[in-house]
Write a protein that binds this ligand. Structure first.
Ligand code: NAP
Length: 535
């Protein structure tokens, strides 16, 4: 197979590096590795680039961080030529951006689309990885980079009777590519995380009736989305150097909390009002100790609960929508467009599954312990097997045939979130133990890709052929990740951050929320890859 051709048939190739996934991580990784002069092969399960933005096409899907910041920084030309149309861009526009990047840097010819990696095994003698896909591809490569994403394996509960349902079932994370017509239909939505909260208002505008089946309410803040003005773009560009500096020296979500004073009640109210009015997730960044101080967090949580009561007309419905089971922000904050207002519509009903749990799906709808709801369409907005899910979905075998499944039996372990002890020459972009999902993903991806590319470049320059993380360095790093998490309020929530949404998944908080992450990665590299064995 010649370099640079995209195959629809299975391929058998030996290359320097293989990159699994063509989302934002995979695309930039391919670009960097090819620039280093490596032969590369990308493999992507979807029929196009974009990763999570390729699959999550549900109505209302959009960025929950400002698009100006949710963008690549590696190319100044790219930054200048791309113009986002809205503050929080819709999924279709983000997908167009990913597609534009792939075309602009001529990356698509490097990728085999429609191929899902099923096996990856390291050969100790040859020092290479062999990857196999579900359509018979076989790629052999010295370097293997998993750019498989933190939220790419949809989670769907098994409910009794689902096979009898005569209507249509969708999952937000596997939404059809063609237009889904909901006009005149009765739609049920299970799940009120970010995907449910973004989709429910849009579904409610189209459908005849919407029944929302909520088990646990989440905190949501208004996005105040709208067209992005030239003035906003100019403002962002003017402050760009400081923005990059903040990325480089981020204190993490809890890093800045130490010694921070408890803001007065008046200061808190003023800040929350202003940030609620401005819109977006910055409300939970109002004070550095919001994630460490119960007192400060209670203030913010209570503020949002009060707003819910103000927005929702029916006090009984408002009460069901008010979260009380976790400190605000310790489950991913949702950013919405008229979510709470949607419950004032006459065609929307909220069902409290805590009071009346689901009993079964029936041929014509869904039955709770209280009654049956007649439905034409049922939408599962039930989330993902996050962080480790996509890696564990592949049968990965490292040195001596060790299985990743066994290595991670008690929860995922990785050194700096990028390598796993016992799995030489394997890199994980935004893997467990890195800031990943609790930072802005695109800059986090860029930092990992740059580190990995620099590492591979260094290895080649020095004539090394194998890099493996030392178990002791990995254990020390993960203990630090855990200690930082334990100093925060995060472990108090039954969130997907700790794997609580997946039955049987070990409960472990594996996202790094402390200070100095980038400096630590740079220091490790500058010391000749301290904590790694190079051979
Ligand atoms: P999620 O946050 O995990 O929410 C899943 C929802 O489904 C929860 O409300 C959960 O209730 C409910 N659920 C699961 N199983 C259920 C069952 N058997 N019966 C009833 N309810 C059930 O998933 P998500 O909304 O897809 O969001 C996941 C993450 O993806 C977000 O936190 C965010 O990081 C990312 N995301 C980002 C964007 C964006 O950038 N715009 C958009 C969407 C998603 P319980 O809480 O009771 O388990």
């Amino acid at each position: 197979m010649p370099e640079g051709s995209t195959s629809r048939r299975s391929i058998v190739r030996t290359v320097d590096a293989v990159v699994v996934g063509a989302g934002f991580g995979g695309l930039y990784m391919l670009h960097r590795l090819r620039d280093l002069g490596l032969s590369v092969q990308g493999i992507e399960a979807g029929e196009g680039v974009g990763g999570t933005w390729y699959w999550n096409r549900y109505p209302g899907a959009r960025c929950d961080l400002p698009s100006l910041a949710y963008s690549y920084n590696f190319s100044e030309d790219l930054r200048r030529e791309w113009r986002w149309s809205e503050r929080y861009s819709p999924q279709s526009e983000i997908l167009r951006y990913a597609d534009h990047v792939a075309d602009r840097f001529d990356l698509k010819p490097l990728i085999a689309f429609g191929a899902r990696v099923t096996h990856a095994a390291f050969d100790d003698d040859a020092g290479v990885w062999t990857l196999e896909t579900d359509r018979g591809d076989r790629i052999v490569a010295r370097w293997c980079v998993m750019a498989t994403g933190c939220l790419s394996i949809p989670q769907k509960p098994t409910l009794p009777g689902e096979e009898t349902f005569k209507g249509t079932i969708y999952h937000t994370a596997a939404w059809p590519h063609e237009q889904v017509e909901l006009g005149g239909l009765s739609v049920g939505v299970i799940g009120t995380g970010s995907s449910g909260i973004q989709s429910i208002p849009v579904i409610a505008e189209a459908a005849r009736r919407v029944t929302v089946f909520q088990r646990t309410p989440n905190f949501s803040v208004p996005s105040r989305n709208g067209p992005l003005s030239d003035a906003e773009i100019a403002e962002f560009r003017a402050a760009y150097p400081e923005y990059l500096e903040t990325l480089r020296n981020s204190p993490g979500l809890v890093g800045a909390a130490e010694g921070a004073p408890i803001p007065s009640e008046a200061e808190q109210q003023q800040a929350y009002e202003r940030l609620w009015g401005a819109g977006g997730p910055s409300l939970i960044a109002a004070f550095p100790n919001l994630f460490t101080s119960v007192e400060v967090n209670d203030g913010a949580s209570e503020f949002v609960r009060r707003k819910i009561a103000e927005v929702v007309d029916d006090p009984a419905v408002a009460a069901v929508l008010q979260p009380h089971d976790h400190p605000i922000g310790t489950k991913r904050i949702c950013v919405d467009s008229d979510y709470y207002q949607t419950y004032n519509r006459p065609n929307v009903e909220l069902v409290d599954l805590r009071r009346t749990p689901i009993e079964a799906i029936t041929p014509t709808g869904l039955r709770t312990t209280e009654r049956e709801y007649s439905l034409d369409v049922l939408v599962f907005a039930t989330g993902f097997d996050a962080i480790s899910g996509a890696l564990l979905a592949i049968d990965i075998r490292g040195s001596g045939g060790a299985r990743l499944k066994d290595a991670w039996a008690n929860g995922p372990l990785a050194y700096l979130g990028m390598t796993v002890a016992g799995f030489p020459n394997l890199f994980t972009i935004t893997g467990p133990g890195s800031p990943s999902v609790l930072s802005n993903m695109i800059p986090a991806i860029e930092q990992h890709v740059d580190w990995i590319a620099d590492c591979i470049g260094y290895m080649r320059e020095k004539g090394y052929r194998r890099i493996a993380g030392e178990p002791s360095a990995q254990a020390a790093w993960m203990a630090h990740v855990q200690a930082v998490a334990d100093s925060s309020l995060f472990p108090r929530a039954n969130s997907w951050y700790v794997g609580a949404n997946i039955p049987g998944k070990p409960r472990l908080f594996t996202t790094y929320i402390g200070a100095g992450y980038r400096a630590k990665c740079d220091e490790v590299a500058a010391r000749g890859y301290e904590g790694f064995v190079l051979a």
